[in-house]
Ligand binder design. Structure first.
Ligand SMILES: [Zn+2]
Length: 531
């Protein structure tokens, strides 16, 4: 197998910025590759590279073979007049749409080698949509069989080879497919046929398919999501660890006069404004495009669609660098109800996303609403608090306090005064704060326990999740006595409900200000009574 270099530069969630080198050409990932039909060049490939920044494109080796089989010395880069990286598909899509293709696997593999494809795909059997499980099983097994047969044929070639993953909505089949093809010596992997899932806006299913494939495919290899073309879903797909995307959406949508935005698709006829700053939209209004001949208008809409698509990749990469990709995913999820549903589904996999994230990137945490419960920083605090952290062993009394307004909580003058005046070294002081649950006073300055902004009033889910985290702490670290010093808010009410029988009614002090005389006196007396 050809040597491939894939260096990782940065990461956030499962997303990564990588440098992929193939045959002396390099590509920064995550990257979008426009599908180029060699017979209909909507935007000339040379322009795609020079004006749009597309360092990679994908075309169909099967279509090229049908038209140019007899041309001597056929070379892909010359045919397309493009010096970037060219990926070729094998004709699998034609199988999906038209049934069997009239080409054998050895023929299409040798053809892709001959024409100078940089990244090539074996002749897999795509999984369709809404077909019985037996047929999906067939596509998985047949693709694995083809993959095994392909190994001797691709050995020693200097292009990279993709091992496709099939299985559709049957996650056990996706898992089986990803594991088995992952053991074979392919350079990259690709999740097949989610196009139909996306056309039906079945984004939660896409999340399940994509996460299952990602979890079970070799993490060190780049992974491609076939047919993902709407810029609205890129942030989420990159967050799930996908490195490469291809689609003809920019051209297909333009043909129907559909104008892409990161918030969704707009019909050109409905546009009163062009909400975009790309070179097409900057100096024109919809009326300027409307008077053009239809062919010209379609071409310009396609160009706008490409600009939006490429710009979104830059936005995503900047978010990875800043470590706030989750925020971008939340923002994009507001573009369509099914995207919000997909975000909820993605929350199921929050432990995997957390594992991919680096620690502190120098920025505070923004907590918007309950979707943010699943942010890596919040999960990591729980893991550390209930895992590696050990509570002070000599403390027999847990005093759980509603957190003061200013941060760090342990720097609050009221808290300092209370601690000094009560002067009881049996006490383990902890704050209760959304979204973290328990914040031990001696850790209150560490990231991200003091570096966060949270939207109030808190929503129901955030309150419940915070109270639940407190309960887990109390159960994990038994103390002889637990004392609550609580404000009067819905958060505290939920906490009392959650802790239920664990707290003696006499051990609850109501206080709006930790440093006031009544609070200090009440706590002092209560502690004295505890032996
Ligand atoms: Zn534009």
């Amino acid at each position: 197998m050809s040597p491939m270099s894939f260096e990782l530069r940065d990461r956030d969630l499962l997303a990564r910025i990588g440098k992929l080198t193939v045959r002396g050409k390099t590509l920064e990932t995550p990257a979008f590759m426009p599908v180029v039909n060699p017979m209909i060049l909507t935007i000339a490939p040379r322009r795609l590279k020079e004006e749009f920044g597309c360092d990679i494109l994908i075309t169909n080796s099967y279509i090229i073979r049908n038209h140019f089989l007899d041309v001597p010395n056929m070379e892909l880069h010359k045919l397309l007049d493009y010096d970037g990286i060219i990926m070729t598909d094998s004709g699998a899509y034609q199988i999906l749409v038209y049934g069997e293709v009239e080409v054998t696997q050895p023929q299409i593999i040798n053809w892709q080698k001959k024409i100078g494809s940089d990244i090539s795909v074996i002749l897999d059997i795509p999984t369709g949509w809404d077909i019985p499980r037996e047929k999906v099983e067939y596509s998985v097994d047949k693709t694995l069989e083809r993959a095994r047969e392909a190994i001797p044929l691709i050995e020693g070639s200097d292009n990279l080879w993709v091992g496709p993953i099939q299985g559709g909505k049957y996650l056990d089949l996706v898992e089986k497919s990803a594991k088995a093809v992952g053991e074979m010596p392919f350079d990259l992997h690709a999740l097949g046929s989610p196009t139909e899932v996306m056309e039906r806006y079945n984004y939660p299913v896409l999340v399940d398919m994509a996460m299952t494939a990602k979890i079970h495919a070799p993490v060190e290899r780049p992974i491609h999501l076939f047919g993902a073309g709407h810029p609205n879903i890129f942030a989420m797909c990159v967050a799930m660890g996908y490195d490469l995307f291809d689609s003809a959406a920019y051209a297909l949508f333009a043909k129907d006069e559909r104008y892409l935005t990161v918030r969704g698709t707009l019909q050109f006829k409905d546009l009163k404004y062009l909400p975009c700053s790309c070179p097409i939209c900057r100096n024109k209004g919809p009326e300027d495009l409307a008077i053009l001949p239809r062919g010209d208008r379609i071409r310009l809409i396609a160009e706008h669609n490409m600009h939006v698509t490429m710009t979104e990749m830059e936005t995503i990469k900047q978010s990875i660098v800043e470590g706030n990709l989750w925020d971008l995913v939340e923002t994009r999820a507001k573009g369509h109800s099914q995207m919000t549903a997909a975000l909820k589904r993605l929350s199921k996999y929050d432990k995997y996303l957390e594992a991919g994230s680096d620690g502190f990137k120098g920025r505070g945490l923004f907590y918007y609403d309950y979707h943010s419960i699943h942010k890596p920083e919040v999960l990591r605090h729980q893991e550390q608090l209930l895992g590696s952290y050990r509570r002070p062993a000599d403390k027999s009394v847990l005093v759980l306090m509603s957190h003061p307004k200013n941060r760090p909580f342990n720097g609050n003058s009221g808290f300092k005064k209370l601690k000094m005046r009560v002067d009881d070294d049996r006490v383990n002081y902890c704050f209760v704060a959304a979204p973290y649950g328990v914040v031990p006073a001696n850790l209150a300055e560490t990231y991200p326990l003091s570096q966060f902004e949270i939207a109030i009033p808190l929503d129901h889910e955030t309150i419940q999740s915070t109270a639940e985290y407190v309960r887990r702490y109390v159960e994990k670290y038994p103390h002889e006595h637990i004392v609550l010093v609580l404000k009067d808010t819905p958060m505290e009410e939920a906490l009392l409900e959650k802790l239920g029988g664990l707290i003696k009614p006499g051990n609850i002090i109501r206080s709006e200000e930790l440093g006031d005389g009544d609070t200090i006196e009440s706590l002092g007396k209560l502690l004295q009574s505890l032996n």
